[in-house]
Design a protein around this ligand. Structure first.
Ligand code: ZN
Length: 237
């Protein structure tokens, strides 16, 4: 199945947190969007790989994903090397996306920066015809990095105001991971009420930057080209 947008993510829930609103917006516009998670998040303090898988599938339904796949690479220990690059190349060639969204280039969790590098190199390698996977070579047209825990200054912001509540619903589908007053599991950085406030504040901050209620920010390694200026959000504030 060919996808318009493929989101690559080190852990199930990275896509929801970093670009859930952007996914929802593009699905609503009729684009085919899929998520390939690199790992099952098996080192996460709360939950298990099995609960995380069910939660990821529940969230996929909320987001309206055309596909969600897990590569089963080792959480915490996947490497940006040939073996794992080829696994990501196979996913890129399978789904032939025009746009790839990948992890933040550096972040609190080291898997995010490494996942970003792995995604970047796999996108390039996927276009090389002499790398044989039994599939046609494919290179995505553009790749952008969503922003996660660490505050990074975005190169552009997508207006996701109309999709914010549904994004939070998708995040909350990961019931074992985020704030639940009835949970008996150990507290973590992302399970505190403060983390949900941070998420909300971040959405407002990026939204404010472009004069809308909620936004999601992205970075690009390359200059961003526009066919024309008409698609820009006008920020008169
Ligand atoms: Zn993560």
């Amino acid at each position: 199945m060919k996808l318009d947008i493929l989101v690559l993510a080190a852990h199930p829930d990275d896509a929801e947190l970093g670009c859930g609103g952007t996914i929802l917006k593009h699905v609503a516009m009729g684009h085919k969007v899929g998520v390939v998670d690199f790992t099952r998040g098996e080192l996460g303090t709360r939950g298990t790989p099995e609960t995380r898988e069910k939660e990821a599938n529940d969230s996929a339904k909320i987001l309206g994903l055309s596909v969600r796949e897990n590569l089963g690479l080792p959480d915490g220990f996947f490497i940006n090397g040939k073996e794992h690059q080829l696994e990501v190349v196979k996913a890129i060639r399978k789904y032939q996306p025009d746009v790839v969204l990948a992890n933040a280039r550096y972040d609190r969790h080291p898997d995010h920066g490494r996942g970003s590098d792995l995604a970047f190199e796999a996108c390039f390698l996927s276009g090389l015809s002499k790398i044989s996977t039994g599939q046609a070579p494919w290179r995505p047209k553009v790749m952008y990095h969503y922003i996660q825990s660490q505050l990074l200054t975005p190169d552009f912001v997508v207006d996701v105001s109309a999709f914010w509540e549904k994004k939070i619903e998708a995040v909350r589908a990961f019931r074992t991971q985020f704030y639940d007053p009835n949970s008996k599991e150990p507290d973590t950085f992302i399970s505190s009420p403060a983390f949900m406030k941070l998420l909300e504040s971040r959405g407002h901050e990026f939204g404010h930057a472009i004069g809308v209620k909620y936004g999601e920010g992205f970075l690009s390694k390359k200059s961003i080209g526009l066919k024309e200026l008409g698609a820009l959000v006008l920020n008169e504030t």
